[in-house]
Design a protein around this ligand. Structure first.
Ligand SMILES: C[S@@+](CC[C@H](N)C(=O)[O-])C[C@H]1O[C@@H](n2cnc3c(N)ncnc32)[C@H](O)[C@@H]1O
Length: 206
């Protein structure tokens, strides 16, 4: 099989450049929101939490949709890119926390800004090249995200979380199905060919 050259911008990377998003991953969220009714109809009262948000295309996608309405809190270990946000990251309806989503103090700071109607997480560990190690780390992050769903998500709220396939993802999906009326897995077209990431979606927190 021919090797994929990740240094060359593909269709999604070129589209992201054209539409002024810092990362091609924005189209994964676009597909997720097209496929599932993740966002509430009334964006004025909508609150979203974006975990593992840098460089910021998912956050930017939502803030462009919000047009000043709603509220978005985002968090990442590293700062967001300011290249394409045209001031949206300075808006009153946006809060960014730079820090580790797994730390109690950060969890508390983000939880007090809720409760949220939607929790999205594209958080991923820095890959080591060892698939079992990376899968375990990704699963641990997804489990942390699920704790946010338990404590910071409003009843009826939705969630989409990235996880690397392999390991005990079945147990994670089971927990999602216990917490939400519906739990599904979905791999967007915009995922890189051969990538082993997928997204678990929880709809309508019980
Ligand atoms: C694939 S990127 C997210 C891309 C983002 N959705 C976008 O569209 O711009 C994954 C992010 O997860 C973040 N991350 C990994 N572990 C984290 C942790 N423990 N706390 C906060 N962020 C974390 C990384 O720093 C990285 O920026």
């Amino acid at each position: 099989m021919a090797k994929v050259d990740y240094t060359k911008p593909d269709f999604w990377a070129l589209k992201a450049q054209k539409e002024r998003y810092p990362a091609r991953s924005v189209y994964k969220l676009a597909e997720l929101t097209e496929k599932f009714p993740l966002l509430p109809r009334d964006l004025h009262t909508c609150k979203v939490l974006d975990l593992g948000a840098a460089p910021g295309s998912w956050s930017l996608f939502l803030l462009r949709k919000f047009k000043g309405r709603g509220f978005l809190a985002s968090a990442d270990l590293v700062p967001l890119s300011r290249r394409d946000d045209q001031g949206l990251f300075d808006g009153k309806n946006f809060f960014f926390l730079q820090g580790d989503l797994t730390l109690a103090e950060n969890r508390d700071a983000l939880t007090t800004k809720g409760p949220y109607n939607l929790l999205i997480s594209d958080a991923a560990p820095a890959t080591s090249g060892n698939r079992s190690v990376d899968t375990l780390r990704s699963l641990a992050l997804a489990e942390e995200v699920l704790r946010y769903a338990e404590t910071a998500l409003a009843g009826g709220g939705n969630m989409a979380v990235k996880v690397f396939q392999g390991g005990d993802t079945a147990a994670l999906l089971k927990r999602i199905r216990e917490l939400f009326k519906t739990g599904k897995s979905f791999k967007p077209e915009a995922c890189r060919p051969g990538s082993f990431e997928t997204y678990y979606v929880g709809l309508e927190k019980k």
